[in-house]
Design a protein around this ligand. Structure first.
Ligand SMILES: C[S@@+](CC[C@H](N)C(=O)[O-])C[C@H]1O[C@@H](n2cnc3c(N)ncnc32)[C@H](O)[C@@H]1O
Length: 201
């Protein structure tokens, strides 16, 4: 299961101001271990519906949520992207690199043609309550590797009927980012991870 060994994106979700008043409901799309759902619960979101389509993620997230004593507030549901309904806050941390995964664990890092990212953007407006925010967590490493351009991302946001209302950035703090021997050192050293605050246009 994809574990949050890179803490900068978790920090972004911990520090970005919540919409005010604190949302009564949030969706966590592609919850993995459940880390972001648990974090939102700890931040005061009353109820979170966390989805994933990987059976191992569903087991892992339910187990973590139970061990954190959050089962009454975080519901882990099997779904392709979104659950039914709308929420004032919808978060998603899709795989960051649009390339073909070759092992099950790589599905959390690589996503052919950025299907999850595009699916999240396409469906977001229909799952936001009026005035709601979608938080997209995305590193720009794919841009540094020439696999996606910033313009493509902005066009996809626009074509999905969304607008950017804010962005929080973080530099990587994991050891590989400063390892000059790493074959991807140039891209890793330049990488920025962002929390894009999106709203219906
Ligand atoms: C990069 S991991 C993020 C996990 C977790 N949210 C985090 O931030 O640590 C992406 C997650 O999305 C899930 N996923 C991929 N495609 C999905 C889909 N179409 N619907 C629901 N979940 C999906 C994967 O199983 C994986 O758990």
């Amino acid at each position: 299961m994809f574990a949050p060994i890179r803490s900068e994106y978790v920090g972004l979700v911990a520090e970005t101001p919540l919409p005010s008043p604190a949302p009564a409901l949030a969706f966590d799309v592609g919850t993995g271990t459940g880390v972001l759902a648990a974090l939102l619960a700890r931040r005061g979101v009353a109820r979170i519906v966390a989805t994933d389509q990987d059976p191992r993620a569903l087991v892992c997230a339910r187990d973590n949520v139970a061990r954190l004593g959050l089962s009454g507030r975080v519901e882990v549901v099997e779904a392709d992207l979104f659950c039914e309904g709308r929420a004032p806050l919808v978060v998603c941390n899709p795989p960051w690199i649009p390339a073909r995964p070759s092992t099950p664990i790589e599905h959390t890092v690589y996503d052919l043609e950025g299907r999850m990212l595009r699916g999240f953007l396409r469906g977001l407006a229909a799952h936001l309550e009026p005035g709601g925010e979608g938080w997209l967590i995305l590193s720009d490493i794919a841009e540094h590797l020439g696999l996606r351009s910033r313009a493509e991302l902005l066009v996809a946001i626009d074509e999905a009927g969304l607008k950017v209302v804010g962005r929080m950035d973080a530099r990587p703090n994991h050891p590989r980012a400063s390892d000059a021997a790493d074959p991807l050192h140039a891209a890793r050293a330049a990488e920025l991870t962002s929390l894009w605050r999106l709203a219906a246009a």
